[in-house]
Write a protein that binds this ligand. Structure first.
Ligand code: ME8
Length: 641
């Protein structure tokens, strides 16, 4: 049986809908899957959702929903967003499915039978936000190392004898340099293991949600022990045939879940079961926003499909092209070793310079000149050696980058060829050759078109829709075989080309900047109405419900130079609030910030837009706003009294 190429993503907690942080790993996996398929591998690509944890149960309770109904809904939202982003997964596993529950109970039983799982007493701190146990010495100012609240847990529990695997893990990492990537991350893992591994508590008292311990319904299996097994369950283990998939060729994830879980607990569990380890674990860095990790709990999230929708509306590109633009941005900036920062400005700049300019020009000029100089037909002429070398170099660069799962470097290699094409058109100047009747014209135009065809192949794993559009404009079928990239046969002489059609119209950033930078009109200082002297009772004050919210999105309100339109998350509820703070705050300053919201204010229409609340602010001498915010991070949705 031929082993399939098996790619996995983390399975995502269904405590809230996906954002560009969670979509990032899935996109990296999708680019890997599409690339490997083009190379001829039989690819299986699995993603899914992690549904059994305390934090998911508590999120359902906060939303006032039945837990199963809640996880069904959010898991469905993940699948929808991934489908919207053209993530071509072959399987979507949910940890509430019978196939997963059965595999988890089987792993538990086998490890208990083998003596690797034993009963003991757990006393320590538990961080529900990351579902992690911590020692007293791990805590920083009474919180988890990431700053999350912890709670004390004292329970009789089952323990996995992780400490026995220190040496085998270190030996495996040393013998397999490809096991943990990127390299810097491997060193972090090695020093973590060298500091000593403690036996891991792998059960919790049953809160009425989770996978019960076989033979002991009073306990459920710890959510991380449970979740990691999804990779095996999706391979069909323990049923016949799992060897066709297992071991995974690559398990993609963010750096936050590499060291403690995927690079220690998980391989130790597999060693205990006598199963082979995944070939490679990739722990990429984070996408930050406003200096913090984009995260559901921090609330500073951007929804990837909204980003695409807004781009399509602002630029006039088709929605499918806008999805590919978001995919391109995520791939081009995919943080591997170091964290990257997301801003709307950076996204728009990448769109204009790389897609509208570089790719757009390359496509438009190549096809327009072909129509003009060679009758819109691919000439029968040899490829210029310099062009063949450039295509080869870009392809090699892409392959070398993907061999170490550096998606950003692979994307840059593909776009290096697009930029080469634009330069080559400038230096070879086909218009001058045509004018002079130079016989080199055929070879030059043929080489230009082959470069475009090769660029189509190289960008295909990242932007499948755009690649199809390029192929259609070239008048050929999509280039889906990696080996064909750069071969003259991939664009036969005599092929009739189509008219160039722009895929990515430019965004007018100058107009936007001018609108934002327009000097404010001098205004007379406003007189505030006098504060009424009539005292009110506490019962009057209690009528006003003030709550802490977090600004998710902020944009200037069209047609007003004073108003910003904000999406504010208050607890579990998203409110649209129009605030007159534009003179004092830019949208960028607002995103991610905590604010005080008058939560029970009647909705009002401001400039034709509904405002569902109000922000509290002090008033400066010019009548401008100085927003109130809690002195330190407050719990999401907290009441203000
Ligand atoms: O940890 N930048 O699920 P999760 C980059 N259920 N990547 C980010 C990111 C950001 N700002 N935010 C999230 C879990 N991610 C567990 C996994 S696997 C057996 C169980 C990505 O919903 C990154 O891949 O918290 C991170 O590891 C993953 O989302 C965590 O998703």
């Amino acid at each position: 049986m031929r082993k399939r190429f098996y790619i996995t993503t983390p399975i995502y907690y269904v405590n809230s809908v996906p954002h560009i942080g969670t979509a990032l790993t899935t996109l990296a996996s999708d680019v890997t899957a599409r690339y490997r398929a083009m190379r001829g591998d039989d690819v299986t690509f699995v993603t899914g959702t992690d549904e059994n944890g305390t934090k998911v149960m508590e999120a359902a309770q906060r939303a006032g929903k039945d837990t199963q109904a809640f996880v069904d809904e959010i898991s469905g939202a993940f699948a929808d967003v991934f489908t919207g982003l053209k993530i071509g997964y072959s399987d979507f596993i949910r940890t509430t499915e019978p196939r997963h529950r059965r595999a988890v109970q089987e792993v538990f039983t086998r490890l208990r039978d083998a003596g690797y799982v034993t009963l003991g007493k757990y006393e320590g701190w538990y961080d529900v936000s990351s579902e992690t146990f911590f020692r007293e010495s791990d805590l920083v100012d009474g919180k988890s190392p990431d700053g999350n609240e912890v709670r004390w847990v004292e329970e009789e529990n089952w323990f996995f004898r992780l400490s026995e695997f220190e040496k085998p893990l270190l030996d495996h990492i040393e013998a397999h340099p490809e096991f943990i990537l990127p390299e810097a991350r491997r060193n972090e893992v090695v020093s973590f293991i060298r500091r000593g591994l403690r036996d891991a508590s792998i059960t919790r008292t049953n809160p009425g949600w989770g996978i019960p311990v076989p033979g002991d319904e009073t306990k459920v299996i710890y959510v991380w022990f449970d979740a990691l097994i999804n990779y095996l369950a999706a391979a069909g283990w323990p049923d016949e045939g799992w060897q066709a998939l297992w071991p995974a060729d690559v398990e993609w994830m963010g750096k936050d879940i590499l060291t403690r879980f995927h690079a220690t607990l998980w391989p130790a569990m597999l060693m205990g079961l006598g199963l082979p380890l995944p070939t490679t674990l990739v722990g990429h860095a984070w996408m930050l926003m406003g200096g913090e990790k984009i995260s559901k709990s921090k609330g500073n999230v951007v929804a990837p499909l909204d980003l695409a929708r807004d781009l399509a509306a602002a630029s006039g590109c088709a929605e499918d092209a806008a999805i590919d633009a978001v995919r391109y941005y995520m791939a081009a900036t995919l943080p591997l070793e170091n964290d990257a920062t997301f801003t709307h400005d950076d996204f728009e700049k990448h769109y204009n310079s790389d897609l509208a300019n570089d790719l757009g020009n390359a496509l438009n000029r190549s096809l327009a000149m072909s129509a003009k100089f060679v009758g819109a037909v691919v000439p029968d002429a040899p490829v210029e050696p310099e062009v063949a070398a450039a295509i080869r170099a870009a392809k090699d660069g892409f392959e070398a980058a993907m061999a170490v799962y550096d998606v950003a470097a692979a994307t840059s290699a593909a776009f290096g060829l697009v930029r080469f094409l634009n330069k080559h058109i400038d230096t070879r100047a086909p218009w001058a050759l045509a004018k002079a009747g130079d016989p080199a014209l055929g070879s030059v135009m043929g080489s230009i078109l082959l470069t475009l065809r090769s660029a189509e192949g190289l960008v295909r794993p990242i932007m499948p829709g755009v690649a199809d559009a390029i192929a259609a404009q070239l008048g050929v079928a999509p280039l889906t075989e990696w080996d064909a990239i750069g071969t003259p046969g991939s664009l036969p002489a005599g092929t009739v080309l189509s008219e160039p059609k722009p895929i990515f119209p430019r965004l007018d950033l100058k107009a936007k900047a001018a609108a934002q930078a327009a000097p404010p009109k001098p205004e007379k200082p406003k007189k505030e109405p006098p504060i009424p002297m009539e005292p009110i009772g506490i019962e009057d004050f209690a009528k006003v419900e003030l709550r802490i919210g977090r600004v998710l999105e902020a944009v200037p309100l069209e047609g007003s130079d004073k108003l910003l339109k904000l999406d504010v998350l208050v607890g579990d509820e998203k409110r649209q609030i129009v605030a007159g703070i534009r003179k004092n705050y830019t949208p960028e300053q607002m995103i991610g910030r905590q604010v005080v919201v008058v939560f029970n204010l009647k909705p009002a229409m401001l400039r034709g837009t509904e405002s569902q609340g109000m922000l509290l602010a002090a008033v400066d001498e010019q009548g401008g706003a100085i927003l109130l915010r809690p002195e330190k991070e407050a719990p999401e949705g907290a009441k203000v009294r």
